[in-house]
Design a protein around this ligand. Structure first.
Ligand code: FE
Ligand code: FE
Ligand code: ZN
Length: 304
């Protein structure tokens, strides 16, 4: 079965209930959210009653907890330890985040491995390994899924060999998984039109069973650009057919596919609307919608 969803919001007031409802409004059977703002580490307490309510809604809509993903905030950087307090803060934040994710009953936490900044690549990788060895406990239910990165600035893990090294260095590596991001892979230099070749290479090095999530995004930039700017499905340099082949790849049929494509703006950015309902439709129909932006605008116009 196709497991498809998108990034959705998570507010302190509605928590998982709000996230599930948003996902359902897009026709999704999977989704991903940040437990607070992605760019900061302010987090609310997980509310037990809201979590129970959300689980009922999930159950009624045949959405399985194992297909829901949490994304860790992208400001936590485990690759750099120049400022000891920040490095320790990141480690402690991640420990707390794993607890929150566990309280929600969710099993997958996606993590950007970080940037080495003024250090070097090897030190950056070692810092991530040391941090994860500090963070991971053998009895946690949550898997940390390291995301493939575009290699913007000093980001690590733009090469799957870096991820392999992290997995090799972490003691409880059974608690690690990998999240593929098609935009990042493209920008890192992997050709998404030859996805099966990529999967063969990944399988040989790491093992396909480690892939726990796929971020499906088109890219605004050319292959190998190291930029990381996401584009709507079929409107970028990867293209609709290549992305459909990723989404429907038989070797990844049990892995949730999550859209992180940009919101669409209208009237000089006065209105910004989510594209996900329409992108999910395109994906389900396997047919490119050249009127995507117009359809989004009309739909939300009618809802007003
Ligand atoms: Fe990410
Ligand atoms: Fe991503
Ligand atoms: Zn990205």
């Amino acid at each position: 079965m196709l497991l498809i969803g998108s990034h959705v919001s998570f507010t302190s007031k509605e928590q998982l209930v709000g996230s599930v409802k948003e996902a359902i409004s897009y026709g999704a059977n999977s989704f991903m959210f940040y437990t607070g703002a992605p760019q900061n580490t302010k987090r609310c307490k997980i509310d037990y009653d809201l979590t129970v309510e959300a689980r009922n809604i999930l159950y009624e809509n045949n959405i399985e907890l194992k297909n829901i993903i949490v994304h860790a905030p992208y400001i936590i950087n485990l690759a750099n330890n120049e400022k000891k307090e920040s490095y320790l803060f990141a480690i402690n934040f991640l420990k707390e985040e794993i607890k929150r994710v566990g309280m929600l009953g969710i099993e997958k936490l996606v993590l950007h491995p970080g940037s080495y900044v003024n250090l070097d690549l090897d030190t950056g990788i070692d810092n991530v390994i040391n941090a994860l060895n500090e963070v991971i406990t053998p009895n946690q239910n949550v898997k940390i899924c390291i995301e493939t990165m575009a290699g913007k600035g000093s980001e690590i893990c733009f090469d799957i060999k870096h991820i392999k090294r992290i997995i090799n260095g972490v003691k409880h590596s059974e608690k690690l998984g990998v999240c593929l991001d098609t935009c990042h892979l493209n920008d890192a230099g992997y050709d998404m039109s030859k996805f099966d070749e990529f999967l063969d290479e990944f399988d040989k090095l790491i093992g396909i069973d480690k892939i726990k999530c796929v971020h499906v995004n088109d890219s605004k930039n050319s292959i190998g650009s190291h930029k990381d700017r996401h584009e709507n499905i079929g409107y970028g340099t990867i293209g609709f057919d290549a992305l459909i082949n990723v989404i429907y790849n038989k070797r990844l049929c049990d892995v949730p596919k999550i859209l992180e494509t940009p919101y669409v703006s209208f009237n000089d950015k006065q209105r910004v609307l989510p594209p996900y309902k329409f992108e999910i439709d395109m994906i389900k129909n396997k047919k490119f919608n050249k009127d995507l932006y117009e359809d989004i605008r009309k739909y939300y116009e009618r809802l007003k």
